[in-house]
Design a protein around this ligand. Structure first.
Ligand code: NAD
Length: 300
């Protein structure tokens, strides 16, 4: 069993790290938030006083941080030169392709093997070990990383070379952002047309309107499985993080010369929701901005 440094124990990392501990690994955990760190310790992880301490004799380093600046900062200041050169580095955060390639090049120049391994699935999937991982890196790096990712995963897919995991992730989340908005619009319109939301959900879940947003992450309370909608849109995947992903997707589309009108509209709508104060709400809470018949978020 391996010594794994796990950095970033928030909504996602806080569920993922205990699954590695349950698989028998020794987890040296660190987060800037004492509350997040204490929760991980309660679930079988060992407390480290800093990232540098956590990685100092690690076989594997896993990071689950908010955005590119955190990833670049943590690796440059606290991992490179502090972790043994034999350590395998796995970044699971969602960041832009260019930053992922930069940090992987810097890791490689220092003699480390690194993969980008962003995930799909919400906090429930993180806690239950059912995330989908999209991995970017060499064949050899992927084969090394796979057994350490598996206890957190329902699927581990090699997307291609360095940064390819991030490329797959932002394309996937562009679909998610756009489908969530149109699912919310459909629920709002269905209600105005006099349809029972539960009946409409049952129909659309079995018809061609089916999607993850419709069936698994249903954006209205009391219908479908338990989702953030049933908890006033608290927890889950913050709208501010969805906006971050859509901005990454639009930057990538511009760089690649891809025409993405729906992705662009989704970005603008999430920007509006965040400007209205919905940034910390789950991203499905955008229904409150799209439909005046549901109560607006308290902080809007
Ligand atoms: P989060 O904000 O809940 O957790 C991030 C954690 O990182 C926080 O606990 C924070 O204290 C910690 N942190 C920040 N800087 C740090 C540093 N320098 N050293 C140590 N710890 C530090 O975010 P999250 O929802 O867990 O998301 C993490 C990543 O996963 C993001 O990139 C997000 O886009 C991606 N993601 C999230 C979801 C979701 O449903 N929440 C789903 C898929 C992917």
């Amino acid at each position: 069993m391996a010594k794994i440094a796990f950095i970033g124990l928030g909504h996602m990392g806080g569920g993922m790290a205990p699954n590695l501990a349950k698989a028998g690994h020794e987890i040296h955990a660190f987060d800037l938030s004492e509350e997040a760190l204490a929760r991980a310790v309660e679930q079988g992880c060992k407390r480290a006083g800093s990232t540098a301490e956590a990685v100092s004799d690690a076989d594997v380093v896993v990071t689950m941080l908010p955005a590119a600046q955190h990833v670049l900062g943590v690796y440059r200041d606290q991992v490179f030169g502090k972790a043994p050169k034999s350590a395998l580095l796995i970044d699971c955060s969602t960041i832009d392709v260019a930053s992922a390639r930069t940090v992987e090049e810097e890791a490689s120049a220092q003699g480390y093997t690194m993969v980008d391994a962003p995930v799909s699935g919400g906090i429930a999937a993180a806690a239950s070990g059912n995330l989908a991982f999209m991995v970017g890196g060499s064949d050899e790096a992927f084969e090394r990383a796979k057994p350490f990712i598996e206890p957190m995963a329902k699927a581990v897919i090699h997307a291609g070379g360095a940064g390819a995991g991030q490329a797959a992730k932002i394309c996937n989340n562009m679909i998610l952002g756009a489908t969530m908005i149109v699912t919310c619009e459909a629920f709002a319109m269905a209600q105005k047309l006099g349809l029972d939301p539960a009946v409409f959900h049952e129909i659309a879940s079995k018809a061609s309107g089916q999607s993850w947003s419709m069936s698994v992450y249903t954006p209205i309370p009391g219908v479908g499985p338990d989702t953030p909608a049933d908890h006033d849109y608290d927890g889950g995947f913050a709208a501010a993080l969805m906006l971050k992903d859509l901005k990454l997707a639009m930057d990538a589309a511009q760089t690649a010369g891809a025409y993405t009108p729906l992705g662009s509209e989704a970005e603008q709508l999430y920007q509006r929701f965040v400007n209205l104060g919905g940034g910390s709400k789950d991203f499905s809470g955008i229904i409150k901005m799209l439909d005046d018949s549901w109560k607006a978020p308290e902080n809007t």
